[in-house]
Write a protein that binds this ligand. Structure first.
Ligand SMILES: [Zn+2]
Length: 175
């Protein structure tokens, strides 16, 4: 697995200090980090495809821009998996999907979402396997998918050569 797994630092070893959306300082605030991992082309191990930090205000604003129906479905999905998530995130070093318990190394891609305050993670990250990401994104309305698409293009840097090779489902999930 990748060295950076379960790490709240950037891939380059620096701390996340700014919201990737509004650029305000995150030193003292509660914020979230999402990291997307993709299997290396040679099939061995994973690399970080993208990573970003988002402050609470921006996250709430994004939530308001989603259709009510999609937002409700996303909430219901999380609620329905609450018991599994609680169980699967008990060990901080776990390398399993928080929703299904599947080994992350078995899939082609996975995401991790961290909650961070004062430079310290609040509990273990939520990990989402590619199978679960697909299930989760299938819940979203076309309007919400378009919204995530725009968000992704505006704020997430993926090298163009890489973007062409990607599974089109490898987009932000923003729990
Ligand atoms: Zn922000």
């Amino acid at each position: 697995m990748s060295k950076s797994l379960n790490s709240i630092k950037k891939e380059n070893g620096e701390n996340f200090e700014q919201c990737s959306i509004c650029e305000k300082s995150l030193i003292k605030d509660l914020f979230f980090v999402e990291k997307a991992y993709q299997r290396n082309l040679n099939g061995e191990g994973f690399f970080i495809l993208f990573e970003f930090a988002i402050c609470q205000t921006c996250k709430q604003e994004l939530g308001l821009k989603l259709s009510k129906e999609s937002f409700q479905k996303m909430q219901n999905y999380l609620l329905a998996h609450q018991a599994q998530i609680q169980k699967n995130t008990q060990k901080e070093s776990a390398e399993i999907c928080s929703f299904s318990g599947q080994e992350l190394s078995e899939g082609e891609a996975f995401h991790q979402v961290f909650m961070i305050q004062n430079g310290t993670p609040l509990g273990a990250p939520i990990s989402m396997s590619d199978v679960i990401m697909e299930e989760y994104q299938a819940l979203l309305s076309e309007k919400t998918k378009d919204f995530f698409e725009e968000f992704y293009h505006e704020y997430i840097d993926v090298p163009p050569a890489m973007a062409r090779l990607l599974n089109p489902k490898q987009k932000t999930v923003l729990l």
